[in-house]
Design a protein around this ligand. Sequence first.
Ligand code: ANZ
Length: 841
Amino acid sequence: PQDYDYKALEAKWSAEWDQLQPFATNLAGDDRPRKYVLDMFPYPSGDLHMGHAEQYALGDAVARYWRHQGFNVLHPIGWDSFGLPAENAAIKNGGDPKDWTYENIAQQRASMKRYAASFDWNRVIHTSDPEYYRWNQWLFLQMYERGLAYRKYSDVNWCPNDQTVLANEQVIDGHCERCDAIVVKKKLNQWYFKITDYADRLIDDLNQLEGHWPQKVITMQRNWIGRSLGADVDFVVEGRDEPVTVFTTRPDTLYGATFMVVAPDSDLAAELAEGASDDVRERFAKYLADTRALDSIDRQSSDRPKTGVDLGRFAINPLSGERLPIWAADYVLADYGTGAIMAVPAHDQRDLDFARAFDLPVKVVVDVTQAVTGVIPIIPEDGSMPEFEDLHPAKTGEALSGDGRLTNSGPLDGLSKRSGIQAAIELLDERGTGRAAKNYRLRDWLISRQRYWGTPIPILHGENGKEVPVPLDQLPVRLPEAEGLDLRPKGASPLGGATDWVNTVDPETGEPMLRDTDTMDTFVDSSWYFLRFLSPNNELAAFDEKTASSWAPVDQYVGGVEHAILHLLYARFITKVLYDLGHVDFTEPFSALLNQGMVVMDGKKMSKSKGNVVSLSAELDQYGVDAVRLTMLFASPPEDDVDWADVSVAGSGKFLARAWRISGEVTSPLGVDFGEGDRGLRRETHRFLADVPQLASGFKFNVVIARLMELTNATRKAIDSGAGPADPAVREAAEAIAVVLDMYAPHTAEDMWQRLGHEGSISHVKWPTAARSLLTQDQVTAVVQVNGKVKHRLDVPPTIDEASLEQLAISSPKVQAAIDGREIVKIIVRAPKLVNIAVKG
Ligand code: ANZ
């Protein structure tokens, strides 16, 4: 084409790539260093949207960056294609979830190709293919054999809308993560994976990820697993043979325990009430019914008035020998710790609220006015030391949770919190009435679902609870056809309706057996998929272990922060299981993680209900793929949200056209000696080449793009009013622009490369390295002011033009912080010394 025509470039280069397959990775063949760059794979719900476009622009920039650095890069893609939306669509519109799923996959696949993400299209996987889910079943059986998959009859989270159970991780503030319905409890016989066995390792190994994963995600995982260290303490209960054990994080405060509380819905509470008076039994029964009616959020909220029933029974404090009344109260949960606590109202706020409500004694055992090394005692504002009496919680209503010296605590007197905890545990140990203990918030992963579109659980059920695993050579257990099945949610799996499928025989004895009718949580599918890409067509194993050992773990994982707990926790767990089984030689699946921000409109999440959804395909039609991709990364650092109302896709397109035109104006021959070129432009090119790897490997792509624009402008100037198009420095600059631009605008970059006289794809061309001798250049300092105040100083070349300087200033995080989202009214640029930005307010 004569002028920049993105449609023509797209058509030309997508055909070329189909032919050349420059992104097909040969995992075995060469001795280049390796990088595994993985985008979280999509769920095939409709066509790609702006969020996908952001993610793939980012992941692809990373993959292309490493390719240009000389790495053999694996960058695969597939589909997480089991799950509820397909089934719900089939229920609503008729049809088969399978058809809906694979039609959407075809559409997304076409859009991804158009978007020119450099995926290896020879490694595509769909988790709903029997060739894939067969290995979910294999994984299940491996875990079953080792007691890591088990079935249990217990209270589970039930979504009354989706009519299926949910894992704890899928209940967000008491609501279903998918449909937002209020989750209720129901007793069911369900399959679990024993993730709690891995709780310590899942916490401890987070240390390996520090600095490589977003801190926020690490913290969320830590809190979700929720490890507490403390002690189990045995209390003798009058009239009961066995002592009652409580879990406490503060055994140092044992002398301050003035009553005991049990969860009303625990077996223990029922038993203690059983042995009490008729009157107590009656009140307890009523209270239990009230408790059951509460949802678990209300139950834990601290501002709800405290309620409870005195059970009329007594426990003996193992250290002080005091007699403590036993109450049942709903602020104690049945499924945490032992479901019973020692209440220390002076030092625990919930216990204090309860004690004040029911007039129970409050005994202070930590003197917080006495300094402990490193701890500053509470001192009132006037600086006077408070009287101990004035701080008494019974008076103030405030529990004293801080550190201090133990008092009223017999042998523990004078100790700090830390040494008190230690000493109390030793005392308990000696007397055989307690021991150090750990507790976790994490619960086992409930994996069975009462829905159709998922992996069948490969277990057969016979008489008297007999369970037989399906032999490995009979996998996959294929899903029965949807046709003829009633998929509507009814609380039991639709697979139960496939009678021919359900009725089978024990493969060994031939006796009649029934197939398990539940399907697996789709998070099982995604917990190991990154390994399947290494040998996607392997019929003998889930993945090739040798290849996994040289290519996995994933070097760079890219995806949304919404997976901070669910998917990432499960994948970490399953990786450790596979490690223990000897299938992989690493314990963490994703060595580095990058969370991209969202694409929003006017500061708001795009959603159909708000009517602010921008159609990706319309943007691609109007501005071209490269302009959209470039815009996604130019708008902000990748972790931040991109506000599509604030970007100029047309501006990106204009820049691309400017860069592309330069490649057609270069008249020096291929291979010309750059050493002969104009020194000023060469310096700019080499400074760019020196800075960009560091910026790109730190994902500062917005800055790289600003630098690309700067170099493009400098090259333009050199052609028009400087060295001229024949100068070798112009070719050098144009080639540098093309190679770096390939991370963001691959069609434009390929075409520039070709117009510059090169053959073959640009995608594997090594980035030129900066020559030291060209890096020493006078720099001047440009001052950036916001509303007249100096906010930043930039080192820039004296030849910088106004547009580049403005771009540099605006894209600096410091200046962005100073602008703080306010509207820019005017920008005055005096290159190379000054940028003055006037903002509203
Ligand atoms: C006495 C005590 C004194 C406590 C004190 C705290 C402060 P985390 O950190 O969440 O593990 N607890 C134990 N089991 C409970 C249950 N099933 N329901 C409600 N609360 C329970 O918290 C552990 C602390 O929470 C335990 O330590 C216990 O109260 C309470 F100054 O014991 B503590």
